[in-house]
Design a binder for this molecule. Structure first.
Ligand SMILES: Cc1cc2nc3c(=O)[nH]c(=O)nc-3n(C[C@H](O)[C@H](O)[C@H](O)COP(=O)(O)O)c2cc1C
Length: 307
């Protein structure tokens, strides 16, 4: 049995395998320390960080739905100062790739977060969460607007030398336009998708199951839609794409890679089983052997259409 090569690259980021832990589903990393060895995963992305600490939304904030879940955590976070003092020293113990998920209520706040954390060598890349409601824009998210997307990414690129991954929302009519705007703003890669807007109703109380009424849907329920969006974006841009949405198995990873993803992120699967990522990585080599695939990089975007 040969040993397939599962190393991959996302621009200048070199990953020992294509599996990254997605933002918001693995905390800051130390929460998973007793379940998995972080050195064995391809990369890790923190919960979204605003400049100041935030309490998040009122409970109930999560609810299980068929083949998935709804969440409206409201980007609860510890803020940049505590992040630097408490989390960076923890990350320094590991040699996996670490990304910070950057959040902002305004364009300025995204820049302030990046500016504060830019000197930290242990941060390998910034993932820009463009789905945050923008207070100045009446709650609209920058990820719905190509101009805002372009402007935020361009602003960040002008103050950061790190790899910038722009995270796109699926809640748009024409994702290709937003993807192009991020690429033209200077993004080094794109990650997609964030959660789909959803809701659920308790028919006895007639109240929403989520206090915030609307939440984000994640998990296997969103996989086919996420896969389609990844493929559309892959066909549109020339920077690498990182696939996210409902991945729970090695088979799912290969589907996303064949559709065009250079790497993937795993979110809800970690909430179901904190060891999911490691199990998926182990299975990936076995699966590639079974399918006689030698190298994951050869499969990226290898989808055969027509004929
Ligand atoms: C509880 C929870 C919290 C999340 N928090 C964030 C966040 O802070 N920033 C972000 O960009 N995405 C956040 N996400 C979105 C995930 O990173 C991911 O894009 C989404 O869940 C789809 O992947 P999945 O189906 O594998 O979970 C969160 C998702 C969940 C379920």
């Amino acid at each position: 049995m040969s040993n397939p090569n599962i190393r991959t690259k996302v621009g200048n980021l070199e990953l020992k395998n294509p599996v990254i832990l997605a933002s918001g589903t693995s905390g800051y990393g130390y929460e998973l320390e007793k379940y998995i060895d972080l050195n064995q995963i391809g990369g890790f992305i923190s919960k979204g960080i605003y400049y100041d600490p935030r309490p998040g939304n009122e409970s109930p904030r999560i609810y299980e739905t068929p083949c998935g879940m709804l969440n409206a955590i409201g980007l609860q976070g510890i803020g940049v100062k505590r992040f630097k003092e408490e989390i960076i020293p923890f990350w320094e113990k590991y040699d996996t790739l670490f990304g910070v998920n950057v959040a902002g209520e305004s364009e300025d706040e995204y820049l302030k977060v990046v500016e504060y954390l830019e000197p930290e060598k242990r941060i390998d890349f910034f993932e820009i969460n463009l789905s945050c409601p923008n207070v100045q824009a009446g709650g609209k998210s920058p990820s719905w607007d190509p101009e805002k997307t372009h402007s935020i990414i361009r602003g960040i690129k002008s103050i950061s030398e790190k790899h910038i991954m722009a995270k796109l929302s699926p809640n748009v009519t024409y994702i290709e336009e937003i993807a192009k705007a991020a690429e033209e703003g200077g993004a080094n890669s794109l990650s997609l998708v964030n959660t789909f807007v959803g809701m659920s109703v308790d028919i006895e109380t007639r109240k929403p199951h989520i206090k915030n009424v609307f939440g984000g849907v994640s998990g296997p329920a969103i996989k086919p839609m996420a896969l389609a969006l990844v493929h559309k974006v892959f066909k549109t841009v020339s920077i690498p794409v990182v696939g996210i949405g409902g991945i729970v198995s090695a088979e799912d990873v290969l589907e996303f890679v064949i559709a065009g993803a250079s790497a993937v992120q795993i979110g809800t699967a970690t909430i179901i089983d904190p060891q999911s990522a490691l199990k998926i990585i182990k299975k990936l080599s076995l699966l590639m052997n079974k399918l006689s695939y030698d190298k994951i990089e050869d499969l990226i975007g290898s989808l055969k259409t027509g004929g």
